[in-house]
Each structure stands twice: as C-alpha cells, then as structure tokens.
Design a protein around this ligand. Sequence first.
Ligand code: SF4
Ligand code: SF4
Ligand code: SF4
Length: 336
Amino acid sequence: MTSPDYRLNSLSPVTRHSSPLKIAVYWTGSCGGCDVSFLELGPALLEVLSKVEIVFWPALADAKRKDLENLPPRSIDVTLVNGVIRTTENEEMVEILREKSRFLGAYGSCAHLGGVPALANQTNGVVEFVFGPGYRPSPPPGGEAEDAPPSLLPQALPLEEVVPVDFVVPGCPPPAPLIAQFFERAISGEIEPGQVFAKDKALCEECPRIREERKLTRIVRPHEVQPDPEKCLLDQGIICLGPVTRGGCEAACPKAGMPCTGCLGPTPKAGDPALAMISALASLVRAGEEGEAAFPEEDRILDGLVDPIGTLYKYAFAKYGLSLKKLARRREEVRA
Ligand code: SF4
Ligand code: SF4
Ligand code: SF4
C-alpha cells in the first residue's frame, strides 16, 4: 500500500464548537468498510485524533445504547452515520443520535443514497423472499422476547428518510481526499448545512482518459475486454457512470482500468443517475441504419447492458428507484 499524504491545512482555532471537537461515529446496516476508511488518512489521522474527542463509536470501542441515551441533548458536535437504515433498531439509534448531535451527516453511499444493500428493495419483503412466507425473527433458544433480532423495515432507507441530515461525505467508502476535507471543515467549525463533500462537476472532468464520444456499436462488461489504457472506457463500450457522477475521488476507478459505478452519487445536474445515464446512452448508441430501421440493431446493442438496475442504480436505488417504478407504471398505463 502506498503511504497516503493528506494534509489538514486549516486546523485553525476552534470557534463554533466545543474544543476538542466531540465526535460520534455509528454504523447501521453497514459492511464495516466506512469505519475502516478513516485509516486511509494515513499520518493525518494522528493529527485528527489530537483534535477530536470520540464520545461514541461502537465499532472502535465498546459502547452501549444506554451510554448514548445518558448524554445531554446536542452534546455531540458532529456525528457520522454510515450504513443503510434497515431495521427498527437502526431507526431508533439514529433518532437518538439526531437528538444528541448538533450536526449529523451521512457518511458513505449506504447512508447517503441507500447503497448496495438497498438493491434489496427490488423485492417486496426480502425476509420472506429469503426465508419463506410468514417468517418472523425469534429469540435464541432460552432467550427472552427482547433478545430477538430487530425487525427489518419493509424497505431499506437512506438516512435522510428517517432523520434530518446536515451534510454528506459520499463514497463507498468515502475516498481519502474527501475525508480529509471533511475533517478540515469540521475541526475549524465550518460545516455548512446541506454541504456535500464532493464536487458538483462530473467525474469525467477529472478523469485523465481521452473521451471522443464515439458512437457505441456494442456494450461490454469490464471482464470481457482488455481496455485501451488511454481512452475513455465508455467510448470502448464499458458502462462508466463518470458523466453523471460527482467528481472528488480523482477518478480512482477509471485510472485503475475499471469503470466508475457511481459511488459519490449523481451530480446535481444529473439528478436520477439511471435516467441521466440512459439519456446519455440513447445519444451514443448508433446502428448503421438511420431512423426506425435502426431500432432492432440499437435494441440489440442495448441488450448488452446486463443488470440495468444493479449497474445504473448500484448505490442509489433506495433514493431514486421510485422514479423507475413510476416510469414502468406509466408505460403500463400508456399500453393499456
Ligand atoms: S458505503 Fe460502502 S463501505 Fe460504506 S458501509 Fe456501505 S457498502 Fe460498506
Ligand atoms: S472513463 Fe469514465 S470517467 Fe473517464 S472520461 Fe470516460 S466516461 Fe468519463
Ligand atoms: S470512480 Fe466512481 S465508483 Fe470509483 S471511487 Fe470514484 S465515484 Fe466511486
């Protein structure tokens, strides 16, 4: 692993919060990657740790719900929540954290947009889908009713669907430059309400690959080809979400030969990432023929887009998938 060198340039005297900054980090439906991501700061993490007081971080140090409940309201300066809201316990914990925190942010794609776990929203009732009809979580043998696992919510939700969110540090997990930016602003007391720690401009603008916007005559999956190392992946038929995704990761995936899957979330201009990407593809896919004669060949090219929902909504299905469902319903109404 290369040694990261992220410097925190603006650790100015604290003005708008307690000193040291009191922080909490909590995971809901999370893979744990977001908690580990702070290590990406490298030596700068030591600088951060010297400026903060960790008051609640169950992934790092043993802490119980009661410890959190005993804190006075708004006594935590900044809380970072990672993971999707999937269970009744997740819901209750973030409501308590909201009450105890002055600023509360979504950290990572799952908290921001629902993330990969929210692809389960494609089916109604994931528990029944996996365990069969009528299944209910039960306590372990000999346990009390309260020992039963928490119930799953009907849908996996982004954090903002449950509590007001003050800011977002996006990514799966957030990349080191954005984590560094977040700590700079938090420690100097300069988080703006509604702030998203990523660029408003599209990832393509920071990608070094050469984009010619060639017409697509085929769509391929990354493992099916050896892409040209200099040229845009989308031009080579690999679905790369760079045109609709926020910049800020220094185009980490395209630089490594892999397409962007959209983890920093869509740009404000793009909105729904799948609809924006479909619109982009519609202008790129071209058969030899013109007009209606081209439709069958264009359909064949678009059939190369395997798993459209998992590809175009990989992180954002919980937040934007509804518009897809509305479109499907509208199409059925028009056909009827
Ligand atoms: S955003 Fe990615 S790294 Fe973070 S919890 Fe979700 S899946 Fe894991
Ligand atoms: S490889 Fe992806 S991010 Fe880079 S220019 Fe092409 S579409 Fe944009
Ligand atoms: S290239 Fe795309 S998927 Fe990869 S880290 Fe950047 S925003 Fe996330």
